[in-house]
Design a protein around this ligand. Structure first.
Ligand code: ADP
Length: 266
């Protein structure tokens, strides 16, 4: 199969007719625990209580993961008709509301795309975001120039920019964009390829607003679990994180968009 950003993907039909999906990576040694951490993320999301469907991991090893295959909606490999945006918005709100905890993190480290992402558990969101997300990302994109200067300034004022009402943590997909969601043959919204952890739910929108699902998705989310006042300001910081990750992974034009977004926030 084509379509993945990082891995080789294969669909198998077993002797009993069951279909399973597998991913392998030619250079898996460079990305330790990539597939076991993906399996842990899928399992956590599949165990959570929401109307989203998440493929069950079946097995994983250093260089492969096998999971339940998604049967795509008829007529499209990546179904997006039939109200995918609304179903995703509603299901994501159910997931976030139903998975509340009082700590931030995950049992294992994982990856955002191919970028290692440290987790562990912390009690404070601001500290978790600064130490486990934003600082390590800034270190990966250092330019000895404007980006460093603005990044340091934002880090200094992070408590002000992210200030908002206290909310419990929520299980996040963590990398939710239009390439990581589809409609299946039963009309369910399916999410896959996560970078899961318990975080502030607004962080999920950092990615959905970058390459996501638009206003019908957001209206469906808000109907179930409305965002707090000031969310738009805070979500810009979370979007910046994904833009910086794209700069790290893909370079090019993401430098200018990173600096532009940093200037706007700072
Ligand atoms: P990568 O880790 O390389 O980004 P993805 O997990 O996004 O790979 O999967 C690549 C493609 O394979 C997806 O875009 C989707 O079309 C398809 N896919 C992903 N998971 C499944 C699944 N469980 N069953 C069937 N197809 C899948």
């Amino acid at each position: 199969m084509g379509g993945g950003c990082i891995n080789e993907a294969v669909l198998f039909t077993l002797d009993d007719g069951e279909r399973v999906f597998a991913k392998t990576h030619a250079n898996a040694g460079a990305l330790p625990n990539m597939f076991s951490s993906e399996a842990a993320g899928l399992a956590a999301l599949a165990d959570a209580d929401s109307s989203l469907y998440v493929p069950r991991p079946i097995d994983s090893g250093p260089d492969y993961i096998v999971m339940e295959a998604i049967a795509p909606a008829p007529g499209s490999a990546l179904g997006s008709e039939g109200g995918l945006a609304e179903k995703l918005g509603q299901g994501l709100a159910e997931l976030h509301r139903g998975s509340a905890r009082d700590r931030y993190g995950f049992d294992c480290d994982n990856y955002l795309g191919a970028t290692p992402q440290a987790n562990g558990w912390m009690d404070e969101w601001l500290a978790f975001w600064a130490e486990r997300r934003f600082k390590p990302m800034l270190a990966l994109v250092r330019d000895e120039g404007e980006l460093d200067r603005l990044g340091a300034k934002l880090l200094d004022g992070l408590d002000t920019v992210l200030d908002g009402p206290d909310e419990p943590s929520a299980l996040l997909h963590g990398d939710l964009w239009s390439g990581n969601a589809t409609m299946d043959a039963q009309g369910r919204a399916v999410i896959f390829d996560p970078a899961a952890y318990w975080g502030h739910r607004e962080a999920e929108f950092g990615m959905t607003r970058l390459f996501g699902f638009g206003s019908r998705f957001e209206a469906a989310y808000e109907a179930v679990y409305p965002l707090a006042a000031g969310a738009a300001r805070r979500i810009k910081v979370y979007t910046l994180h994904h833009v910086l990750n794209h700069l790290h992974l893909f370079g090019g034009g993401y430098y200018d968009s990173s600096v532009r977004l940093l200037r706007e926030i700072v």
